[in-house]
Design a protein around this ligand. Structure first.
Ligand code: TYD
Ligand code: MG
Length: 457
């Protein structure tokens, strides 16, 4: 058999070179060339007009395309199913990223045992031995489960052999843990490298799509926080999930970054216990720290993750700075946005913090990316600056514009209902988010300007 030729492709601009070089000759990017397999030269890429058999591709009108309802299977975790958009879709490819030790293997092992009830399954591990996996299953109490008999295990790291086994076993769901350990014999580079990860994943994805197998790929995350290996991996798959959380805390959050079969930014919450992962169905309760008394610098906000409102606590610490460049530090929020909001507070609220260090944090390791955090953030900073606590039964949300206006956010009523459900009594929200129907035992203060919000405290 003729050996497949390899060449080097720039991961930035796509230029190709026969030899590796430190710098791409086309775009000048450093260290961007990765080994790739050269396309077969047997005419597959030739212009179809000259092929004589060009009639195979034809356009159709969208209404004529036969649609079949995608089949979904429950994973045994309602939290995971929601993040996936309602269960595991047949033939879909799901990438789960996360730091080492966060619980990816545990989550998938538990889900696979549950899926084994209705489907044929194959768990491929390139990181652990079969003994380790089965020991873990035993520790999780999954083995006594008669479903565990039906979960097939394989340790293998070569993608061609994995596919050969999968062709024999004909599983409906495959887990490959992790894609960084898998290699293809077609490339010479070491496993874990960009080229290997991409090519092995491409082969697995092709297999999954051709056979209608659901495929979970586990991917480790680099120190910079992106999935190790190329971002290209994220383009190849249908769904990208991130599994995150402080390793110090037992709570874990799974989040959809991309989903061809459902909404993104949907959030699932788990707790890591000695019996494996357990779902947390009422996450609002855990992200609020329980203060005995009211403390300055703490504001409860209602954020919205996917389709679900979530109560989180925003904390700020404002302290006099002795540096010419006062610090602006955020954890769980956008740092540039903090600098911008402090400027708005100065200009439109008349409160200056240019001689203060400002630290803000979202409790529980949650990340809030939406603008509804603007107003809570400013009020928390103000509360810390003045050393005056806000009432503990108050929630706040709202976007702050550069002109000092308070802009409405999506799904105001949902957020307010969630707050009322958890026993809060008051809310400061954008005027346009004030519901037409009053909520029982719940006072809603609508504000239009930042100055108004500050006065209303
Ligand atoms: P693991 O699933 O191996 O992480 P990953 O595959 O993402 O690298 O999880 C390992 C961690 O989870 C480990 O630090 C121990 C902890 N753990 C528990 O606390 N309870 C359990 O029942 C299990 C199986 C793991
Ligand atoms: Mg693992």
């Amino acid at each position: 058999m003729a050996k497949d030729k390899t060449l080097y492709t720039c991961s930035e601009c796509g230029a190709q070179a026969p030899k590796w070089a430190g710098r791409c000759a086309d775009c000048g990017g450093w260290n961007t060339l990765v080994e790739t397999i050269a396309p077969a030269a047997d005419g597959a890429r030739r212009n179809p007009r000259f092929n004589g058999y060009a009639g195979e591709s034809a356009a159709q009108s969208i209404a004529m395309v036969e649609s079949s309802v995608e089949q979904r299977f429950p994973s045994g975790f309602a939290e995971l199913d929601r993040v996936l958009g309602g269960g595991v879709v047949q033939g879909s490819v799901i990438l789960i990223g996360g730091d080492p030790g966060i619980g990816k293997s545990t989550l998938l092992l538990q889900a696979m045992v549950s899926l084994a009830g209705s489907l044929t399954t194959l768990y491929v591990t390139g990181e652990e031995s079969l003994q380790q996996v089965s020991l873990r299953a035993r520790r999780l109490g999954l083995v006594s489960d008669k479903l565990a008999d039906r979960l097939r295990l394989l340790t293998e790291t070569q993608v061609e052999r994995i596919i050969a086994v999968a062709q024999q076993e004909r599983p409906q769901v495959i887990v490959v843990d992790s894609i960084q350990t898998i290699y293809t014999e077609m490339l010479q580079s070491a496993p874990g490298g960009v080229a290997q990860v991409r090519e092995s994943a491409a082969q697995l994805v092709r297999f999954a799509k051709q056979t209608g197998t659901a495929l979970f790929l586990v991917g480790h995350v680099t120190k910079e926080g992106s999935l190790a290996g190329p971002r290209v991996l994220e383009h190849m798959v249908d769904t990208v999930l991130y599994f995150e959380g402080d390793t110090g805390s037992q709570f874990r959050v799974i989040r959809a970054i991309k989903n061809r079969f459902g909404a993104v930014n949907e959030l699932g919450v788990f707790a890591m216990t000695e019996k494996g992962l357990r779902e947390v169905t009422n996450p609002s309760a855990i992200f609020l720290s329980r203060h005995q008394e009211e403390v300055p610098g703490s504001v409860i906000m209602v954020t919205r993750e996917g389709t679900r409102p979530l109560l989180v606590e925003v904390q700020a610490l404002v302290a006099e700075s002795h540096s010419p460049n006062p610090r602006r530090v955020t954890v769980g929020l956008d740092q540039n946005r903090l600098a911008m909001l402090l400027a708005v507070l100065h200009r439109h609220g008349g409160i200056a913090m240019y001689d203060q260090d400002v630290f803000v944090n979202v409790v529980g390791g949650v990340r809030v990316t939406e603008t509804a955090a603007d107003l809570p953030l400013l009020l928390a900073a103000l509360s810390s600056l003045r050393n005056r606590p806000l009432p503990s039964d108050l929630v706040v949300f709202g976007e702050v514009g550069l002109a000092g206006e308070i802009r409405p956010v999506q799904s105001g009523p949902d957020r307010l209902r969630e707050a009322a459900k958890h026993g809060f009594k008051r809310a400061i929200v954008p005027k346009a988010n004030v519901p037409k129907q009053a909520i029982k035992d719940f006072e809603v203060i609508g504000v239009q300007r930042l100055a108004e919000a500050i006065d209303s405290l």
